[in-house]
Design a binder for this molecule. Sequence first.
Ligand SMILES: CC(C)(COP(=O)(O)OP(=O)(O)OC[C@H]1O[C@@H](n2cnc3c(N)ncnc32)[C@H](O)[C@@H]1OP(=O)(O)O)[C@@H](O)C(=O)NCCC(=O)NCCS
Length: 182
Amino acid sequence: MSKTATTIDSKDNNVSEQTGDIIYRAATAADGGVMWRFVAEAGVLEQNPSYAYILMCQHFGDTCLVAERDGEMVGFVLAYIPPRQEDTIFVWQVGVSKKVRGKGVGMRLLRHLMALPACRNVRYLEASVTPSNKPSQNLFRGFAKRSGTQCRKMPFFPSEFFPEPHESEHLYRVGPIEWPEA
Ligand SMILES: CC(C)(COP(=O)(O)OP(=O)(O)OC[C@H]1O[C@@H](n2cnc3c(N)ncnc32)[C@H](O)[C@@H]1OP(=O)(O)O)[C@@H](O)C(=O)NCCC(=O)NCCS
């Protein structure tokens, strides 16, 4: 089993965790451009403008994480608490580099996300997933299973909402989840 070490700087809410040779740390605006390149290389993820990644990290850095190995980004999760759903963290994008996929990095990103101080009042994790994205569906279902809770799937954005050809998006809602004990 891999060893985990946690450092929490309560002054600025900055959390960094290490599992094996991978460090999980809070994202900053300076990471946005690297995420944008990462998404292009990951292949499956929808690439948004670089500005969107930089802005997400700037405004929601308390709920966005980077996974790094030897200083290189090997994964990230961009998430935020929707203003009208204070008990929910919405995962906008999660990506893991091809080099380390299938080794539990995606799962750890979600677990570390839920354990962040900013997620103290969060009980549900949501994400929007297309019908063809099986790895992502398995990630959220697996996260629910490991958290001892349910994963409900419901309609979210139908394909007609999109001006360009686009699959429908389903909402995966995981919870209720208990905040991990300190
Ligand atoms: C989805 C993704 C983030 C998962 O990250 P990961 O580190 O490879 O996942 P993990 O090793 O933590 O595995 C998590 C679960 O997903 C399943 N999974 C991972 N890759 C899979 C694949 N290619 N096919 C089917 N299931 C897969 C694992 O079996 C595991 O399920 P389990 O807990 O029931 O065993 C990663 O595959 C990825 O970046 N894909 C491309 C981008 C993407 O689709 N992002 C999500 C949309 S926002």
